[in-house]
Write a protein that binds this ligand. Sequence first.
Ligand code: SF4
Length: 580
Amino acid sequence: MLGRNYIKVLYIDLTTRKIKIERREDLMEYIGGSGVAMKLFSELVKIDQDPLDPDQPIIFAIGPMNTIFPVVTKTAAVFRSPLTGNLGESHAGGRLAMAMRFSGYDAVVITGRASSPVYIAITEGSVDIKEAGFIWGERVERTGKVLRDRETHIGSGKRSIIRIGKAGEKMIRFAGVNVDTYRHFGRLGLGAVFGSKRLKAIVIGGNRSYPILKPKEYNKVYNKIHKIATESGAMKKYHEIGTPINVVPLNEAGGLPTKNLTQTKFELANEIDGVSFAEDLLLRKLSCSGCPTGCIHIGLLRIEYGPGYKTKFTGVGYDYELIFALGSMIGVGDKKGVLRLIDAVEEYGLDAMSTGVILAWITEMFKKGLLTEDQLGLKVDFGDTEAYLEIIANIVKRPNTFYRDVGMGLAKLAEKYGGKDFAMVLGKHEMTGYHTGYGAMIGQSVGARHSHLDNAGYALDQTMDKLDKREMVRKLIEEEIDRCMLTSLHICLFARKIYGDKELVCEALDSIGIKATPKSLTDMGEKVWRLKNEMKKKMGFDFRELRFPKRFFETKSLNGILDTDTAKEIVDIYVKEGGL
Ligand code: SF4
């Protein structure tokens, strides 16, 4: 789409090994990223078949501004989620968007199932489906290293390697896909969909260059955006401490989910706050390709693995959501413990947030006598890092029926074993790190991908003076539509303060030959949002069936105790106002 009037789509069928390329002018109205991926998904998804059926598609898409403008770094992945059975959408940074740009493809569609494990190597002139038996069973980091050494013809600076670990191979429904190092398509089980296709990895890159239509205008608008990104303070907090800067304020305000949301203040919050990490363990900061911010904070983890001071040093990426899920939510209040748990889920390729919330439920189930030592193979209490490491290993090894069931995700697990009142899922998706009020709870429930990032309801809870249900609904919808626009261009959502200025976005698009107005961008965002909701309905989602675990109404949120009637009323208003 950059410098041309079509979206170039690469289709790969792993069953037949057929490759097809299409130049789709009709997709231009969706611009790119989420929009294009959703449109392709709507054409290809098999509504009546299981999410892990070989015919289900995986779609990756980038937008026209990726790599060309600062902080426009993300790639959308759209698929049918094996965790919720419904819409799966995840976004990742790293080098992937840049590598897709240089490979020449705006979107890549993968269907089918290989007869044996494979990886795909994509570059400008070639698409190869290669045997991956030698790395099947390998951990994530090792897989990346092996493929780096093998695929040297795909230029390293402009290359991206995305891959699954054992969790994805075993189709654990909250397995993610690791992108390069420290970035992920974490949520909703894309890793399991890779596993179902016997797809271990994708290596992609190239050297394609693109003419910039109006170089003078481009330089001007690029410099303007770069200046805002580096000098205005808009990105400052992300660079300095990163998202973990939120731990202490959220804790003090009483919104930090702790010990399976039995409390919203964690006595050890100061120990696992961003400042504490920065002072004691920060090793370095990294950026996605094309971002001057560097918000990816890497902590130094020293692991003793044998007698005689056998020690390994490793870098582990940490951010707020990981610290919530593998820290406060399970009562782990020491930084090293949190990093060890992050390192474990990273190497198996599990979604850290879902894993943490499941560990919290397991702990409470065990403490209440609803799960036995026999089932777990050990005893567990909040804060017990060693036990959690063993449970994580068992989730992947699956030594018995219970651990095999854990692989289905928390909603299904609680249906079978009980404890639904404190199984912290919203829209069948494990909760995110905010118990701030109705905004966070309803926002995740009604958001198209049941992510806190759909509509940032947690932020509304912290900025609205008093609860006004209609106003909250209006803001949730507006925000989600805006974000559908941003993620179709594929701007990192941390840069929304910069690109929230739609005139600036139009100026940027104009310099690369794309005509848009603030209104046309909003209309496009709304169209994508409506398409998502339409697809969700087709796949069986019904707002009237939304349920909230009782615990959300028992534990005081940042905005006090919530009540079910108000929650239901807000959902009803949402459906009505949104015309859903
Ligand atoms: S702000 Fe962070 S996540 Fe966003 S593009 Fe930059 S480095 Fe990547």
